[in-house]
Design a protein around this ligand. Sequence first.
Ligand code: F6P
Ligand code: MN
Length: 332
Amino acid sequence: MEQVTLNEHLLAEQRSHAESTEELTELINRIALCGKIIAQRLRRSTLTGDTGYAATSNVYGERQEKLDVFANAVFLRHLRYGGIVSIAASEEMEEPKVFSPDGEGHYSVSFDPIDGSQNLDVNGTLGTIFGIRRRRGAQEHDHGLLTSGREQVAAGYLLYGPATELVVAVGGEVTIFTLDDAGEFFRSKDRVRLPERGRPYAVNEGNQARWSEETRKYVQWLKTPDPKTGEPHATRYSASLVGDFHRILQQGGIYLYPAEPGDPKTPNGKLRVLYECHPLAMVAEMAGGRASTGSGDVLDVVPEDAHARCPLALGSKEEVDRYEEFVRSSAS
Ligand code: F6P
Ligand code: MN
C-alpha cells in the first residue's frame, strides 16, 4: 500500500475543502502528537505504577485515574501553543480552559482525554475523543462551544489497542491512520464506510432495570434470530466506547447507552454530548452511519452546559433506525 502520512493526507485535503485550513491541519497534527505521547505512557503504565487513582475527582464525582489527569495535561499543553485554539473543554475539567479571552484563536476543542478509564488497570482498550469547532464571532460568551454538533469542522478519536490508531472525520470523509514504529501515523484505511447493518451490539445489559420498556424490547429484538439468516446480533461490549465504536465503524451494528428513566442521576444516560456523543456522531454520519438519541439526530442536540449528557444509539443506519421505531412506539 502507498505510504501516506497524516500530514500529507491533510495537506491534500486542504486543497479540496474550504474548511480544511492550514490551522486545522496544524491542530489535527497536534492532537496526533498528544496521542503519541499518551500511547507511549500507556504502553508502560502497568510497570511504572501509573495506573490507579489520583487524589482528585472530576466534576461528575468520579475518581480520576492518574492517567486521566496526565492525558488532560498533555492536551492542554499542546492545544495552548500558537494561538489557534481559543477554548478547550474536557470531561476532566470543571470549567473549560480559555486560552485567548480576546477571542483570537479560531477554534474551540472539546475532548475526552482517556475514554474507557475503567480499562486502565487491566490493560484494556482505551481511547481519546475530540471535536473541533470553528468560531463564528469574537463575542460569543462560550466561544461557540455550546452549539449543535453540526458546527464541528472535524472530529475523531485515538484508539490505544494492539496498534495506536487515529480516526479523523474531516471534509466529508473518514480516514484511519495507524502509528508506525517510525513514530508516524500512516493512512491505513481511506474513505471508511460504516456498513448499513451489522451483527455486533454493545450495551451494558446490567443496567436493564433502569431502562425504558422500549429499550428493553429493542435489546430483546437484537437477540432474536433474524428470520433471513437465522442469526441473532452478537454482544460485543468492552467498557470502552471508542473500542466498541471502532469495531462498529468497520463491521456495522450498534453501540447503545440509552436514557435511564429508572435512575434519577442519569435520566439522559451516561455519555457527554460535547466530549463523546457529538464527535462520534460526526464520524458515524460522515461514514454513512447514524447517531440518534432515540428521538432525533445526536448532531442536532445543543448542550445546555459543557457537561450535558444525552442518550446515544450509534452505528449502522438499519439498527439505529430500528431503535428509533421502538422508542417512537412508546409515544403512540
Ligand atoms: O466514558 C464513558 C465510558 O467509560 C465509555 O467508554 C463506556 O462505553 C462506558 O462509559 C461504560 O460505562 P458502564 O460502566 O456503565 O458500562
Ligand atoms: Mn469517555
